[in-house]
Design a protein around this ligand. Structure first.
Ligand code: NAD
Length: 323
């Protein structure tokens, strides 16, 4: 068996076409989405991500602001920068880029965000709404994983709503930004979900658990962690990992995922790195920015959530008390 390689770039391009239409519709109502990124310090991956989303914002004719602070900026000044973006009416969504310097508390910064502009659902209110199946925003990386899965299942003639309830889904990694929300999205689709993490005893027995997976999602940040030995024959394996590997001979950096290439011998389908989840994630951030612009202008979004299978996004301010 040689696995099908899922083309994330093509799914991302189709999403961008839809988003361009939504931006035009908003413009006709006198509204324009605005994205702000806040970056503290010189992290290479953070700056690379910032450049990509800045380009996308420009392509989609969204307003864009980049707030870049030196690495030694203190906590109070960083919180003040968030406050400035909260107060700017041209900004509908704010992305705080990680990693942050050690002296900056992520928790404090996330709580300083205006929840309506918190497009990655890192504020406790938005994280809680997602856990309660009432998401205001679905964080872009886990949303992209399920967008990819839903599209792939549909494109191969299967109805995702019928497939997930019969699926064992194993999630490797449980970070707040990827693994945990992906677990919630799997539960919302009625999959049987199993979580593996390096801190639980499953780490040493990883293959024992991953071999049960009809769908395996890996977000550990460990190059080649998952080999053919970890895979059930015919599984779908989604690779979220992005690991820069430095070649000292050529002084170049190559990006690899958490799946070893030999996984293709057993899996039905895999997502590649690069060109898999990453391009959809970038685009989803703009999707959430556009959704935030709808919230800011009290315009009901025609399609609140492009994911849309089981979880609809909500503007909780519009929900009558008691519902
Ligand atoms: P993280 O370091 O915050 O979390 C990693 C998780 O994996 C933790 O729960 C950790 O305990 C677990 N883990 C690590 N080694 C393990 C092992 N041997 N067995 C089982 N579990 C293990 O990282 P993150 O922010 O969740 O990102 C994970 C990876 O995904 C990174 O490579 C990151 O660059 C990448 N990423 C990609 C995208 C994208 O759009 N494709 C977005 C965000 C992150």
């Amino acid at each position: 068996m040689t696995a099908h390689v899922i083309d994330g770039k093509s799914y991302a391009a189709q999403l961008r076409t839809r988003l361009a239409g939504e931006v035009r519709d908003l413009a006709a109502r006198g509204a324009r989405p605005g994205l702000a990124t806040l970056i503290v310090g010189d992290s290479y991956p953070a700056h690379a991500y910032e450049r990509r989303v800045a380009r996308l914002a420009a392509d989609l004719d969204c307003h864009y602001v980049r707030e870049a602070l030196p690495a030694d900026t203190n906590q109070a000044d960083t919180v003040a920068a968030v406050g400035k973006l909260n107060a700017d009416p041209r900004i509908s969504g704010i992305l705080i880029l990680r990693p942050l310097p050690d002296h900056i508390s992520e928790t404090v910064l996330y709580r300083a965000l205006d929840p309506l502009k918190d497009i990655e659902a890192v504020h406790p209110v938005n994280a809680g709404l997602l856990a309660l199946d009432r998401p205001r925003y679905i964080p872009s990386t886990p949303a992209s994983v399920f967008h990819m899965l839903d599209r792939y299942l549909t494109d191969t003639g299967r109805d995702p709503a019928q497939v997930y309830p019969h699926t064992t889904l194993v999630m490797v990694g449980r970070s707040n930004n990827v693994g945990k929300p992906a677990i919630l999205l799997g539960l919302a689709r009625n999959a049987t979900v199993l979580s593996c993490d390096e801190h639980s005893h499953t780490a040493g027995l990883l293959h024992h658990y991953t071999r049960h997976a009809d769908i395996l999602i890996v977000a550990a940040g460990v190059p080649g962690l998952i080999t053919a030995d970890h895979i059930k024959t015919g599984a779908i394996a989604i690779d979220v990992g992005i690991n820069p590997i430095h070649n000292p001979h050529t002084d170049t950096i190559t990006l690899v995922g958490d799946l070893d290439p030999d996984v293709t011998q057993r899996a039905e389908a895999i997502s590649p790195v690069p060109g898999g989840v990453g391009p959809i994630t970038d685009t989803w951030l703009l999707h959430n920015t556009i959704l935030a612009a709808h919230h800011a202008h009290n315009i009901a979004a025609a399609q609140p959530n492009l994911d849309g299978l089981t979880l609809q996004t909500h503007d909780e301010r519009l929900i009558p008390t008691g519902s």
